[in-house]
Design a protein around this ligand. Structure first.
Ligand code: FMN
Length: 269
């Protein structure tokens, strides 16, 4: 048996929590120490990650607009390769994972991996703490552990899933966010605003930005792509950052109104 590795992109921490839990449980089952690769920061995506035939990797990303984050999927396609086993894992914020798991499954298969299992797990929504509050809960993580153990057993048995087993289509359209009035809410160009009365220029937001898009000298300046991940908003200890864009807020309010029911995890193994 080779190594068990958890690889993840996780601006706000839910994917990290889930993937680390799964990789640790699988490694314990297989009698090895888990390894971890966090490719959230831009520097970590400048390298390639290559795995051997004996290795099992858990690869986790969040669901953005029903698919994988479109600025990060190309890295999964080009920067991760292997001829062992991979378990695609997506985390979604209580609305739906739509086509994201199918997309990740397809990419990892093209990267050369065999896929014994796949999962979509609910995590508190980055846009609002009112959706999937506190998830993944201890019960969600217990279920994730049990799933990972079954995934490891299946990998040892040599059994695999096929694309047909995964809900959704790998190349479907992105989900189009709606506002409270049901009309499309376009906040593609929105960027966080900064309250300079609260900001003390500590640099936490710039360090947290997975796109490296926040100016270190003036954190109010967005100098590259903003993927709306909310890492800078959630990690600012002084509450100095927020999204005030009207379309964004209308979409957030719609989600709170229409997607309050608890969504279910999906474990395919
Ligand atoms: C830009 C963006 C788009 C999102 N789109 C969806 C979605 O389509 N469906 C859903 O259920 N959750 C959606 N979410 C919620 C995330 O999937 C959820 O917050 C996830 O836990 C984020 O992972 P992280 O904590 O590792 O960053 C979205 C979040 C962001 C930031």
């Amino acid at each position: 048996m080779g190594q068990v590795t958890g690889l993840y992109f996780s601006p706000c921490g839910n994917v990290e929590n889930i993937v680390r839990t799964m990789a640790s449980a699988a490694a314990e089952k297989l009698g090895t120490e888990p390894q971890f690769v966090d490719f959230t920061r831009p520097m970590a995506r400048k390298k390639d990650y290559i795995f051997g035939p004996e290795d099992l990797v858990f690869v986790g990303l969040p669901v953005y607009a029903g698919r994988l984050p479109n600025k990060i999927a190309p890295f999964v396609a080009a920067g991760i390769r292997g001829n062992g086993g991979a378990v695609p894992v997506v985390c979604f914020g209580n609305r739906s994972f739509d086509n994201a798991l199918a997309e990740l499954f397809s990419l990892l298969q093209q990267d050369g991996f065999a896929i014994p299992a796949a999962a979509a797990v609910v995590g508190q929504h980055a846009f609002t703490a009112a959706l999937a509050t506190g998830r993944p809960t201890p019960e969600d993580l217990e279920a994730a552990r049990a799933f990972a153990v079954r995934a490891a057993e299946k990998w040892l048995d040599g059994a695999c899933l096929s694309q047909r087993d995964i809900p959704g289509q790998p190349d479907a359209s992105y989900y189009r966010p709606l506002g409270l009035d049901g009309a499309p809410a376009d906040f593609l160009r929105a960027t966080p605003t900064v309250d300079y009365a609260l900001c003390n220029h500590c640099g936490t937001c710039a360090a947290a930005c997975p796109m490296g898009s926040i100016d270190r000298d003036d954190p109010g300046k967005t100098v590259g792509v903003c993927i709306k991940c909310q890492a800078c908003v959630l990690k600012c200890r002084r509450g100095a950052r927020s999204f005030t864009d009207r379309a964004f807020l209308s979409h957030r309010d719609m989600l709170e109104r229409d997607y309050a029911r608890p969504a279910e995890n999906c474990f395919l193994v």
